[in-house]
Design a protein around this ligand. Structure first.
Ligand code: NAD
Length: 463
């Protein structure tokens, strides 16, 4: 190892502890160490230091290009009007159009959205697709809204942000609390509100659409599939065979349930699951298809252990399932833990008793910097979000390309192209890990930043 690499490694390891950088003073950042945006920027800036990114690129990446906050009224079913708050943050478009999900959740805050937008820029750079980074959302609770109310919120929000999005400028996608149906309402509203109503090109304004209106085959499962593609590529190096591997999953929504179902098909056992309603254990391994069907019908995993449905072969789908506490969920011994719910859920405390060998971050930002430090000390490998969950934006990119070229790929082609991109990104991360002698999260950031640095070098900065 070279001296430079050793110094880089020390610097990078300090990155997780020291969430401060002179650029924070230069840009007047608020001094709150628990602020997720400051944490994400700190990790990015330390990666930038390691790869020797120029100051001008660092300051550009430390702040989003545009931040839009909107307030809009929606008539609720009981007749009263509720004023909603929504955001669209466009972090960077040096690589291509802004791209990133829309989240409908009560905890949507500007700084978290900014943080997620920055991660999107890095994610697209890591997997080398020609898209930039953005994120958005509406502060609301879809679980407490009727379908009609949800549709009115989606359409009215679209009308509030339609002047900043566009099929070749900023292309939203699903995230927590939104899905293909919400994307269909957004696409329809956008197309009806823009000048050229005779063209269906406006429908390209979102990805993750239903297949009937131009969605890509394989997009629904793409993020979970990408998590699995990266695991299959990396697990041999950790000496973990997939057959009979024990897995726990936090969040049984789009990402978690697809990752769980695909892993079960490959022979793994999903032994613990958790969502907003609680945690369940099944030492024999869950019937993941039955659990997903139950969840879709009931809105959560709560009560699955009492459902006792019988399969065609006479098997009880809930056999062996039992509720457990949150602490027991984390302490359940597994080979792989997949956080696929919200950010900042694994802090130092959870990291100190989590009982796994590898974490594959299906969610964005599920581990705090303090949590990261504890995991690092305990020798737990963490496959970072911008690598592990990049399958979603990758197939979104495929959807956008299919729409632009009026083609439709079959699912085999989508899966094969996705696998190729995920495997390349995993290898790129391992190369950076070795080159800079840094933990895997820092390595993924370094590889993404090398690419962004190269793009800024050749593009230059206007004027
Ligand atoms: P989703 O809404 O489909 O599912 C979210 C899951 O998290 C649900 O099971 C919910 O019960 C659970 N959850 C919510 N609050 C929780 C809490 N406090 N404790 C435990 N569980 C809780 O969302 P999703 O699309 O699966 O996204 C999950 C994560 O993956 C998010 O971080 C998102 O940004 C990230 N992600 C999603 C995609 C995608 O394509 N959908 C792509 C990349 C990253």
């Amino acid at each position: 190892m070279s001296t430079t690499a050793t110094n880089a490694s020390t610097d990078a390891n300090q990155a997780s502890t020291a969430a401060w950088d002179p650029i924070f003073d230069e840009l007047n950042f608020p001094k709150d160490p628990d602020n997720m945006y400051a944490q994400t920027v700190a990790t990015m800036l330390h990666g930038a230091e390691v790869v020797g990114l120029r100051h001008r690129v660092k300051i550009i990446l430390a702040q989003p290009k545009n931040e839009l906050m909107v307030h809009f009224p929606v008539k609720m079913n009981d007749g009263h009007h509720h004023l909603f708050k929504g955001y669209r943050v466009q972090h960077n478009n040096a690589l291509g159009p802004f791209k990133g999900g829309l989240r409908f959740h009560p905890d949507v805050h500007l700084d978290d959205v900014k943080s997620l937008a920055l991660m999107m820029t890095l994610k697209c750079a890591l997997v080398r697709i020609p898209l930039g980074g953005a994120k958005g959302g509406v502060k609301c609770n879809p679980r407490e809204m009727s379908v009609d109310e949800l549709e009115r919120v989606a359409r009215r929000f679209t009308s509030a942000i339609q002047h900043v999005i566009g099929p070749d400028y900023d292309i939203p996608a699903p995230d927590v609390g939104t899905n293909a149906q919400v994307m269909a309402w957004i696409a329809d509203t956008y197309q009806m509100s823009t000048n050229d109503r005779t063209s269906t090109d406006g429908m390209r304004v979102v990805t993750g659409k239903p297949v009937e209106i131009g969605g890509s085959l394989g997009r629904n499962k793409a993020t979970g599939q990408g998590v699995v593609d990266v695991l299959v590529e990396m697990l041999p190096a950790f000496g973990i065979p997939i057959e009979d591997m024990r897995v726990s999953v936090q969040g049984w929504g789009n990402v978690g349930s697809w990752a769980g179902r695909i892993l079960q098909k490959l022979g793994a056992k999903i032994v613990a699951v958790m969502d907003h309603s609680g945690c369940l254990l099944n030492e024999d391994g869950f019937d993941t298809e039955a659990l997903t069907a139950y969840c879709q019908e009931h809105g959560s995993i709560a009560g699955f252990e009492k459902a006792h449905k019988t399969t065609g072969s006479g098997k009880d789908t809930s056999k062996g399932a039992q509720p457990i506490s949150l602490e027991d969920f984390y302490k359940t011994r597994v080979d792989v833990f997949i956080p696929a719910a919200l950010e900042q859920m694994i802090k130092a405390e959870e990291a100190s008793y989590i009982n796994c060998r590898v974490i594959a971050e299906g969610a964005n930002g599920p581990v705090t910097p303090e949590g990261d430090e504890v995991l690092e000390k305990r020798g737990i490998h963490c496959i970072p979000d911008i690598l592990a969950n990049a399958g979603g934006v990758t197939v979104s990119y495929f959807e956008w390309v299919q729409n632009k070229t009026y083609h439709m790929w079959d699912e085999e082609r989508v899966d094969a192209e996705l696998n190729r991109i995920m495997v390349m990104a995993a290898r790129r991360t391992l190369v950076a890990k070795q080159k800079y002698d840094v933990p895997m999260r820092q390595a993924a950031y370094c590889s993404a930043l090398e690419h962004l640095g190269a793009v800024y070098r050749v593009r230059g900065i206007f004027p």
